[in-house]
Write a new protein. Structure first.
Length: 328
């Protein structure tokens, strides 16, 4: 059927229906957007949003609290952090597509500096800036040039930079995905529940190096498990002969990887301080407290990592000979 004649030929009913359908879709989209605005979706992320979450300080972990409450050192140690890199090379995990975001933070040196600065309430380490050393030197040079041009000075008026006696090295050395996975579920009469969980693991290494001799004074590694859990409920039921009710609801919670890396670094710093005190690299003001702290640390290490002598003895064969040689 022809409705109208144009210079390019007749316009058929199918073409008119396409135009009408597109116009109806545009009207529906406009109504949807106006409805979103009416329901308050336009306020999302704005100060008027009632669900806006204000920024907070980084939550304090138990290890972080223990570091802050450590007694003062007998003498503050000048340390430098040049770099604390991500050495895993892994990208953020994804099931259905590729991601180029890294699995762990790329700002490990900033986290490490923050943790070291808070040890003992700032009574343990003098952390000197080395990650941005070039910017620091450039700014000092600018000050000296300005003083020479406008004040006629011939020598630098700035105090010398503090140098470090110990360099802190290391990095994020491993990130293992799906170390453990599992879940459970149940369904009866069309109503079901399902829970899934996953464990990842991040490992960090930390060592103290003497600037004078290049010796590694102390070295530690620590692991932190990263948990993820997903819970889902579903309903699938006939509510009439020709009508089906289908309902799905769920929630998932993932432990932030950045916080997990920070907690692993905090434990590494704590362990490095204890092992350094045990080797007389540094010491606490209260020597009796230092002895108790070292003993408690060793007992905890035996519980979590195991006794090396028992591990070798359980291996049998070569392990028995190694134990005998150690006893002799």
């Amino acid at each position: 059927m022809t409705f109208k004649q144009s210079k390019n030929g007749p316009v058929h009913a199918a073409g008119l229906w396409t135009v009408t359908r597109r116009a109806g879709f545009a009207v529906a989209m406009a109504a949807t957007l106006s409805g979103c605005s009416a329901f308050g979706f336009a306020r999302i992320g704005r100060p008027s949003d009632p669900n806006l979450v204000e920024p907070i300080a980084t939550p304090l972990s138990r290890t972080g609290a223990a570091l802050m409450l450590l007694p003062a050192a007998a003498r503050k140690v000048d340390i430098a952090v040049y770099d604390y890199a991500d050495k895993t090379g892994q990208n953020e995990p994804a099931d259905n597509f590729s991601r180029f975001s890294k699995a762990v933070t790329q700002g490990g040196d900033d986290v490490l500096v923050d943790v070291l600065s808070d040890v003992g309430g700032g009574r343990w380490f003098n952390v000197v800036e080395r990650a941005g050393l070039q910017e620091l030197l450039t700014e000092r040079q600018l000050i000296d040039q300005t003083n020479q041009q406008y004040r006629g000075t011939t020598t630098s008026q700035l105090p010398p930079l503090r140098y470090a006696g110990v360099i802190i090295r290391g990095g994020v050395i491993d990130y293992d995905e799906n170390v453990a996975t599992g879940g459970f579920g149940a369904r009866i009469l069309g109503v079901g529940v399902n829970t899934e969980y996953r464990e990842d693991r991040v490992s960090v290494a930390l060592r103290a190096v003497s600037v004078a001799t290049g010796d590694v004074l102390a070295s530690v590694t620590t692991d932190k498990t990263v948990y993820s859990v997903k819970m889902q409920d579903s309903v699938f039921r006939y509510v009439a002969m020709d009508k089906i009710l289908e309902l799905d609801a769920g929630i998932s919670q993932n432990e932030p990887t950045g916080l997990a890396v920070r907690q692993a670094i905090e434990l590494a710093v704590y362990a490095l301080i204890i092992e350094g005190a045990e080797k007389d690299v540094w010491s606490f003001t209260d020597r009796s407290y230092q002895v108790d702290l070292i003993r408690n640390y060793r007992e905890r290490t035996l519980r979590t990592s195991g006794d090396p002598r028992q591990i070798i003895a359980q291996a049998g064969g070569v392990g028995d000979r190694l134990v005998d040689d150690a006893d002799s």
